[in-house]
Write a protein that binds this ligand. Structure first.
Ligand code: NOJ
Ligand code: CA
Length: 544
């Protein structure tokens, strides 16, 4: 395959130089009025993505699913759920995306399937079924006890008793999501066939759901105890994830991807562990994942120092040649506009956060709606859909709030659907929507657009080294992005007041001019070795 989607140049590699945009398909655009977003809806909105300037779309799962975990419970890996459309719709999406220079990344959920997947239906039919060993079955321990102390991330033991065959099966998430047995070569072959299926359909990359859970300890040893709040956090996950067998498997997967041009895999390294663990999945010779998510950014408080340290740690953890990536929001966490809410300053903060995300050394991942600083939705208890919210309310309200429908305009249902959507639209949709922000040159949307456009044309932002200029930042970050052909300076004021950010390294005073700034700033203002920044100013400066 040698298509040129119009973007390829010697120096431009989409997943490394570009910006990736996550769509939660249920919530992006509904084409047929059933209140649920779908593939034709996404196709109809591709112009928005082109206008924003992103390079690739990661689709959360669109496979057939009974939707216990809204698609993260797959009952057929090689089809499209009718609620989202058909394989023909999918082919059309790939084709139309490619025409616009947009790549498509599929979400591969291969740690577990749905309990309704025919493989599991067979597996649980009898102990001697040929597919019995496709999932993880164990006898109870003596005295009618569970096989071991492993916990489900969604609450309770990870083991479910099967009355008919008198054994337990393992589920790291819901009991409707039984874990596949990756130690069985037939399972591995079947799942690699799934990867091939989508590669042959023209998919450009994959996001691997909780891949570091594929292998479990061969001896099923108990996890050691740990102080923590919930059952899942009350143990060290030594034996139910991050097993050494994962590395050779990733190398095999990489070899498969490498048989096709410019394909990539980004892994969801699951649950809190040191970022060195995420970094390890790039492989000792950078021959495993292309990118591994590092979720530390989604956990930082609104403090310049916190981000400074998180960046330094990630830069230090990665081996030479491993390429970082950054993310602030996704379908599992509270939207960052709300995490960093500060009354009237919330949009200003969202703009600083955007400037950070889009000027770091590493691939930025955006989450639908963040380009208009979409807020976390408030879903009343009776309307909760997410199994996590249903189980843990009111301690954890679940993940529905970050999955509310994209507000496209101020018409009823926010232009998302002609009918009431599966989750209620955000109450502010009449003011905060895509159409309104397109019309306002000072909107968050246009700020994202400008940042993305600058990144695309700037060798320093795409590939340049990252050099922080403030060693112990308090209110502001300042850093250089240095490429052989270009050096840019980025300065971000995290505070609502003007600051004088003291640099630890001198800068030439006269040569800098603003390429982008949230403040009305033509020139860099240097007072001695201090940089004067307006409240919540975010700026990118170049040398004349
Ligand atoms: C991680 C996904 O991001 C999350 O949404 C899902 O519930 C679990 N994996 C289980 O697949
Ligand atoms: Ca629909």
């Amino acid at each position: 395959m040698t298509e040129d989607y119009g973007l390829r140049t010697e120096d431009y590699l989409w997943w490394r130089d570009g910006v990736i945009y996550q769509i939660y398909p249920r919530s992006f655009a509904d084409s047929n009025g059933d209140g649920i977003g779908d593939l034709p809806g996404i196709i109809a909105r591709l112009d928005h993505l082109s206008e924003l300037g992103v390079d690739a779309v990661w689709l959360s799962p669109v496979y057939p699913s009974p939707m216990y975990d809204f698609g993260y419970d797959v009952s057929d890996y090689c089809e499209i759920d009718p609620v989202f459309g058909t394989l023909a719709d999918f082919d059309r999406l790939v084709q139309q995306a490619h025409q616009r220079g947009l790549r498509i990344i599929m979400d591969l959920v291969l740690n577990h399937s749905s309990h309704q997947h025919p493989w599991f239906v067979e597996s649980r039919a009898s102990r001697d079924n040929p597919r019995r060993d496709w999932y993880i079955w164990r006898d109870g321990a003596t005295g009618g006890k569970l096989p071991n102390n492993w916990q489900s991330f969604f609450g309770g033991p990870a083991w479910e008793w099967d009355e008919r065959t008198q054994q337990y099966y393992l589920h790291s998430f819901l009991k409707e999501q039984p874990d596949l047995n990756w130690r069985n070569p037939a399972v591995k072959e079947a799942l690699f066939d799934v990867v091939r299926f989508w590669l042959e359909r023209g998919v450009d990359g994959f996001r691997l759901d909780v891949f570091n859970l594929y292998f479990k300890d061969a001896l099923f040893r108990d996890n050691p105890p740990r102080p923590g709040l919930r059952g899942y956090d009350r143990q060290w996950h030594v034996y139910d994830k991050d097993q050494p067998e994962m590395h050779p498997l990733l190398r095999e997967l990489r070899a498969l991807l490498d048989r096709y041009p410019e394909r990539m895999a980004v892994g969801e390294t699951f649950s809190d562990h040191p970022i060195e663990m995420a970094a390890a999945y790039y492989g000792e010779n950078n021959d495993e994942l292309h990118l591994a998510f590092n979720f530390h950014f989604t956990q930082q408080p609104w403090r310049a120092r916190a981000f400074h340290e998180a960046i330094a740690q990630w830069e230090a953890a990665l081996r030479p040649g491993a390429w970082p990536c950054y993310v602030l929001s996704n379908h599992d966490v509270v939207r960052h506009a709300s995490r960093y809410a500060a009354g009237l300053h919330t949009d200003a903060r969202a703009q600083v956060a955007a400037a950070l995300l889009l000027t770091l050394r590493g691939t930025p991942f955006l989450y639908y709606g963040e380009e208009i600083a979409m807020r976390q939705g408030q879903i009343p208890r009776a309307e909760i859909q997410d199994p996590v919210g249903k189980r843990y309310w009111p301690f954890h309200k679940g993940r529905d709030g970050c999955r509310t429908p994209m507000p496209w305009d101020d018409s009823p249902n926010a232009g998302f659907s002609v009918n009431p959507p599966w989750l209620r639209v955000n109450p502010d949709y009449r003011e905060r929507n895509v159409a309104a922000q397109r019309q306002d040159p000072n909107s968050v949307f246009h700020w994202y657009r400008r940042l993305i456009a600058l990144r695309r044309t700037s060798p320093a932002l795409r590939r340049g080294a990252y050099r922080p200029l403030i060693r112990r930042p308090v209110h502001a970050l300042a850093y250089l992005r240095e490429a052989p052909e270009q050096t840019l300076l980025v300065a971000l004021n995290f505070s609502s007041r003007p600051v004088l950010a003291v640099l630890d390294e001198p800068l030439p005073a006269r040569d800098w001019h603003a390429l982008l700034s949230t403040a009305d700033r033509p020139e860099l203002e240097l007072l001695g070795n201090s940089l004067a920044l307006a409240p919540y100013e975010a700026c990118v400066l170049g040398m004349a």
